[in-house]
Design a protein around this ligand. Structure first.
Ligand code: FE2
Length: 135
């Protein structure tokens, strides 16, 4: 079983707007996991799934706009990582629609959302934050 990672200052990249979005992203991801685990019924899970996707898209858009504004040289590479996340997420949604909620699917969902996000923040998001803070 996957563990829930508590939000902490480790994940702050020093850009308030983005930090707030990351914290919310964590919360939504946990809600999503709990909904699947509690077998909240397909509608609740579907709703959270949709909300999570739209929240991710919105968040990626603000990051990309921010990187563009600050002329971050590796923006294309970063955008590609965001796109890949959405693609994987769509695959997960398909699996959910086909097989319904399960512990296995909940764990997979948490791994590809929470664990992905934690690593993404510490690695590639921290890189553009460093670039912006150096200007
Ligand atoms: Fe990002």
């Amino acid at each position: 079983m996957e563990d829930l990672i508590a939000w902490s200052d480790v994940y702050l990249i020093g850009i308030d707007e983005i930090d707030e979005q990351h914290e919310k992203f964590f919360k939504v991801v946990h809600e999503f996991y709990m909904d699947i685990l509690n077998c909240e019924g397909e509608n609740a899970v579907e709703e959270t799934l949709e909300f999570l996707k739209s929240y991710a898209l919105e968040h990626f858009q603000s990051e990309e706009a921010f990187m563009k504004k600050h002329e971050y040289p590796r923006i294309e590479e970063h955008k590609k990582i965001h796109e890949e996340f959405i693609e994987k997420f769509d695959t997960l949604a398909d699996q959910f629609n086909t097989f319904g909620p399960s512990q296995g699917l909940a764990d997979e969902a948490l791994d590809m959302t929470q664990n992905w996000l934690a690593e993404h923040i510490l690695d590639v998001d921290a890189q553009y934050a460093k670039h912006v803070n150096q200007i």
